[in-house]
Design a protein around this ligand. Sequence first.
Ligand code: ITT
Ligand code: NA
Length: 199
Amino acid sequence: TRIVLATRNAGKITELRAILAAADLPYDLVGTDAYPEIPDVKETGVTFAENALLKAHALARATGLPAIADDSGLCVDVLGGAPGIFSARWAGTHGDDAANLALLLAQLSDIAPEHRAAHFFCAAALALPDGTERVVEGRMPGTLRPTPAGTNGFGYDPILQPDGHTRTAAELTPDEKNAISHRGKAFRELVPVIRELLG
Ligand code: ITT
Ligand code: NA
């Protein structure tokens, strides 16, 4: 059986392949690149879970195959949970990680270390062509550094120092990050659901 990964984010694809490979699923995981004719869905949901389901359903319908999607972002306490679902386009251009990170750092420049709590959040959705759906969630709490450090990972990883660690998420190895990340937690929880629904 083929499962389609409903994401165009290269950082996510790398992590999802590693997380799902560790689960030894007997399915062939293909990215949306295999379906260039299918347009991106508008992320009109107001929660991560709604957006993950929108992406998974759209791709399952369009391909006739089971689809899994990730909707994720960084939620900053002192900003009332922002950027949240707007993380990918916080500075205006979708997927401009450098600009998004620079804007967030500027917005936090006056915030004291003890008020820089944040967490990454991930909703992972599975949708079948017949409309069956499941969604699970994971989070990774931490503190935001004033200066980026590290070159692994993607997005806001260089400024998020996960709780219990002295390095940023971008200084962790891919395996170290996946073991504790919002995405790792959500997709490890999705694995038995995938097995249950796809057999
Ligand atoms: P798809 O919708 O195609 O999956 P996207 O990048 O648009 O790709 P999202 O709408 O879910 O995906 O936005 C995710 C953004 O949240 C991403 O661009 C990063 O800025 C941030 N983000 C999510 N997970 C992250 C992680 O593990 N490390 C760092 N930043 C992360
Ligand atoms: Na989103």
